[in-house]
Write a protein of this length. Structure first.
Length: 84
C-alpha cells in the first residue's frame, strides 16, 4: 500500500473545497459537477453572452467568455462552500 502525502501547495482546506468540472451537454450548454454533485450551468445566449447559474438555478450573472464564466462560477461556488 502506498500512502501519498498532500502536495506542498495543497492544504486540507483546498481538498475540502472541490473545483467544478464542466461537461458540454450540447452546443452552448455546460453543466458543472463538483465531487459528484450538480454545481450549476453555463449557457451561451444568442447574443453570445454566457449566462451562469448555481446548483439551485440562481442566476450568478453573465460574462463575455466561457473562461470568465467558469472563473466567476468557481469564485461563487468557493464562497458558498467556505462555511461547510
Amino acid at each position: 500500500m502506498t500512502i501519498a502525502a498532500p502536495r506542498p501547495t495543497e492544504s486540507s482546506t483546498d481538498r475540502a473545497r472541490p473545483t467544478v468540472a464542466w461537461t458540454t451537454i450540447q452546443a452552448g450548454l455546460w453543466v458543472g459537477n463538483a465531487a459528484g454533485e450538480f454545481a450549476g450551468m453555463i449557457e451561451r445566449s444568442s447574443s453570445g453572452e454566457f449566462f451562469i447559474t448555481d446548483h439551485r438555478a440562481k442566476p450568478l450573472g453573465t460574462c463575455t467568455t466561457l473562461d470568465k464564466a467558469k472563473a466567476r462560477h468557481q469564485r461563487q461556488f468557493t464562497l458558498a462552500n467556505a462555511g461547510r
